[in-house]
Design a protein around this ligand. Sequence first.
Ligand code: KG4
Ligand code: ZN
Length: 331
Amino acid sequence: MATIILGIETSCDDTAAAVLVDGKLYANVVSQQLEHQTHGGVIPELASRAHVQRIIPVVDAALSKANIDKKDLTAIAYTQGPGLLGSLLVGNAFAKSLALALKIPLIAVHHMQAHLLVHFIDDEFPTPTFPFLGLTVSGGHTQLVRVNGAASFTVLGETKDDAAGEAFDKTGKMLGLPYPAGPIMDQYAKKGTPKFEFGKPKVEGLNFSFSGLKTSVLYFLREQQDKDPKFIEKNIYDLCASIQKAIVNILMEKVERAVVETGLTQLVLGGGVSANSGLREALKNTNSNVFLPPLPYTTDNAAMIAMAGHLKLKENQIDSFYSEPKARLPI
Ligand code: KG4
Ligand code: ZN
């Protein structure tokens, strides 16, 4: 009998559902909450309310696109954390209730693990083999991990302050760009030259830091705007190219070091910032065997949750119906 997993993702501002049949993706529906754009960041209360309104239509859409009746589901995988508690709670309550009603297993998935395990979806991706080096780069996380198996992750290094995506979003906000600024900065960077330099962080080991860059950009902009109030407007493309280059350099320095220190030959990327063209380009020039997710699977989606659920189910890692969402959850 086929293994049919319904994946549900509600950790932040995307309500998503996916159906995976024997490791193959049959449906992947994402409803992006655009209401946060005007606020310069995700408003947790707005996000939870939007999840409540969208979760049923999104799951319905995924099931009908996959042409699967809910009675045929083998298990339900949902994002347990990390993320915004109110948002996670919606997915948790929905997944638990449906799994209970259908009398099928519930699988709790770690959001950042799923960003890396998305590469195991059949057909669409070249698939890495365990163990591999993982780099997760999203709006809330930046970590280098050793991935030993589907549920065995060891943190090698992580950001001591902001995440890489946050660095894009916060500096983008300083440039007057809407949230999330990352994808726009990526587009603008293509039209500019990285001619401005910002201070480099000094962080021990395989850890990262992005808050110094943020401050450095802030002071630089203040200084330049004092001389020319239209500085940002006149230099927006070069500013985006310069900030993007600085972020990519911070990431690449530690990635290259991790490759040498671990001896791992496969480097697997996951998370929203893995969509960044500058980072993708820089990674192509390394000696590692690099696995980049196709663009639709870089930002939050439920295909990755369903895939992680599929792998966990194979290892019989089923959760109890007392399962709780966790805003903070170590990888
Ligand atoms: O993984 P994700 O969808 O959500 C979290 O788990 O946080 O990542 C969202 C982050 C945002 O900070 C967004 O600005 C960034 O990924 N992002 C990008 C690009 N696409 C998304 N950053 C730089 N370049 C991009 N092309
Ligand atoms: Zn994410």
